[in-house]
Design a protein around this ligand. Structure first.
Ligand SMILES: Cc1cc2nc3c(=O)[nH]c(=O)nc-3n(C[C@H](O)[C@H](O)[C@H](O)COP(=O)(O)OP(=O)(O)OC[C@H]3O[C@@H](n4cnc5c(N)ncnc54)[C@H](O)[C@@H]3O)c2cc1C
Length: 546
């Protein structure tokens, strides 16, 4: 039986929710942290190569459960179908204590100053909702620094692509064959390169060991506990205060409001301690940190007579501007060995093409890939002219797995108001809660940028001496997935945003959204360090308001 009165209820114990919980609890607030997923540690997170958050062909290892958590996907022709969490169209991230950070690859990039001013820098393409953030890089810089030091990031001070006041807390992870090859190749092209910042310990840090280089990073929990997510950094800090209660396997159903429309708490279902229970907890503040897709769902599902279109949705922006990252790239096959098998695998990047590309809006960082599961190699890096089965396929795998490099990068997407999350009128989940309906596609400018970046990946590969290169096609589709963002964008004007620049939902004094939903644009980088930094900023803002 839980106490039902709190200062703050935070829904979602992922990157942002876990961070916010620690900061608010350490400020003395009584926090209830609700997480629909399980509380798991490494031995209990499946290591199955066919069912994991990286290669999810047959299932996931970090939730949500395959059955009972459907979504509805509407394709560009208007055909709709029910999808399950491991299907690409579902756009899943993860559901566990730690959220995506339990199984992420842990690239920990800052955005660049221009990423906060995309509309001013490039203009607004027709049909897009490209906009500037209400804050600048300089506003967020101190919070990037806090995230790097408190979560724990190893990185390359000399090569940082964004201005910084303080060094990384740890030096970069050790050298690899690919770093040496690609550094030289970038140099030949006149491109700058750097070691990617990683939320992985390169030294003993905060009592946990340096990376064991096992390669079991992306899609899995870390066997040596050297990868830093909220499950082993911020959430333990929150719990240590004694004023934070964490309930896992607790699914928030709706944010409750009183008869004047004021937010008063959250109703959730839990089966953590046996039989399913429906609990209505009360609090002075509610923070929504469910990840971009589920945060929009919860706000829309919390409609009432005062807020008939959902909470925070007066201007019809909740759920719109859904974006993630197109990930163009190329695989190169080499005559010599390129692969030493050392994790995490990703070891070199270039930020040469994030901005300033003639005729292209924005760009992307390019990096070599994480250690690849053999099945992932088979699925994504197999040349079209090689048979996929039989002796020839086996020989190809044996001869080439250790002689390839894969370069790819997250394209800064141009948001579209029609890429969106709404609520499906018919389909419900195992708790009888209406589910997400995903519709729309990315903006055509995103495809143009992706094609440009694919060419750059091929160019880098050629310069490194690849004897054969192949890369996939790029088409229009709805983007979201693991880098999902943008569905409750922040802004100064309530007419075209959902929250203010501190994550406070317009027209509500005590309702906040703090997660990837806030991103106005999603940068040409993996997003999590920006999500952490926003959590530091918004939590600090909340504390100052109290
Ligand atoms: C395999 C993988 C690799 C990745 N690699 C990288 C990387 O290298 N670098 C990078 O920057 N990013 C990476 N990411 C993405 C990164 O994990 C996300 O950007 C980040 O976790 C998003 O943070 P968030 O706070 O918005 O949401 P999340 O971390 O997704 O947290 C949201 C939490 O809310 C919970 N929740 C949702 N709805 C409810 C509800 N109604 N009630 C209760 N709880 C709820 C969810 O279960 C989840 O745990 C990766 C993700 C995956 C899965």
């Amino acid at each position: 039986m839980i106490d039902s009165n709190f200062d703050v209820i935070i829904i979602g114990a992922g990157a942002a929710g876990g961070t916010t919980a620690a900061l608010l609890a350490e400020a003395g607030l009584r926090v209830l942290l609700l997480e629909r997923g399980k509380k798991v540690v490494w031995p209990n997170v499946s290591r199955d190569h066919l069912r994991n958050q990286r290669f999810a062909r047959y299932g996931h290892n970090a939730g949500p459960e395959i059955d009972g958590n459907p979504r509805v996907f509407v394709d560009p022709m208007g055909n709709e179908r029910v999808v399950r969490p491991f299907e690409g169209a579902y756009s899943n991230n993860a559901a566990a204590v730690g959220g995506g950070t339990l199984v992420y690859g842990a690239q920990a990039w800052r955005f660049m100053p221009q990423d906060f001013r995309m509309a001013s820098t490039y203009g607004v393409p027709s049909g897009s909702s490209l906009a500037d953030w209400p804050i600048s890089y300089q506003d967020l810089e101190p919070d990037y620094e806090k995230a790097e030091w408190q979560i724990g990031v190893s990185g390359d001070n000399a090569g940082s692509a964004s201005p910084r006041r303080r060094d990384y807390p740890m030096p970069p992870l050790p050298d690899t064959i690919q770093r040496r090859m690609l550094r030289e190749a970038a140099g030949q092209l006149g491109w700058s390169s750097l070691c990617p910042p990683m939320a992985i310990n390169s030294t003993l840090y905060n009592g946990r060991p340096p990376c064991a280089k096992c390669g079991s990073c992306v899609g899995f929990a870390c066997p040596s506990n050297s990868k830093n997510g909220t499950q082993n950094t911020m959430i333990p800090r929150a719990l240590k205060t004694g004023v934070c209660t964490l309930i896992s396997e607790a699914m928030a159903h709706r944010i409750d409001t009183d008869d004047r429309g004021k937010v008063i708490g959250v109703t959730f279902f839990t089966s953590e301690s046996g039989a399913p229970q429906r609990i209505s907890a009360r609090s002075r503040f509610v923070v929504v940190s469910c990840g971009a897709i589920e945060s929009a769902r919860l706000l829309l599902n919390s409609a009432s007579s005062h807020h008939p279109r959902g909470l925070g949705n007066e201007s019809d922006h909740v759920g719109r501007h859904l974006q993630g990252h197109y990930y163009p790239g190329a695989t190169g096959f080499f005559a010599e060995k390129t692969y030493d098998g050392d994790g995490p695998g990703v070891s070199i990047a270039t930020c040469q093409f994030n901005h300033g590309n003639p005729g292209v809006i924005g760009g992307a960082m390019l990096a070599n890939e994480f250690v690849k599961l053999p099945i992932h190699f088979w699925h994504t890096s197999w040349p079209p002219n090689v048979p996929r089965w039989g002796l020839e396929a086996k020989h190809f795998m044996r001869d080439n797995y250790g002689r390839t490099i894969h370069i790819q990068g997250p394209v800064q997407e141009i948001p579209s108001p029609e890429s969106r999350v709404t609520i499906d009128p018919k389909v419900r989940d195992r708790w009888d809660i209406p589910v997400v309906r995903l519709s729309g596609t990315a903006h055509p400018e995103t495809v143009r940028t992706a094609l440009f970046m694919r060419d750059k990946a091929e160019q880098w590969m050629r310069s490194a001496g690849a004897v054969h290169i192949h890369s996939g096609g790029v088409g229009l589709y709805l983007s979201g997935g693991q880098h999902q963002a943008g569905t409750c964008r922040m802004g100064n004007d309530p007419k075209n945003s959902v929250t203010d620049s501190w994550g406070r939902v317009h027209a509500h004094d005590n309702l906040f959204v703090i997660d990837g939903s806030l991103h106005v644009t999603n940068g040409g980088f993996n997003p999590v360090l920006t999500i952490y930094a926003l959590a530091f900023r918004c939590a600090q803002g909340m504390i100052q308001r109290l």
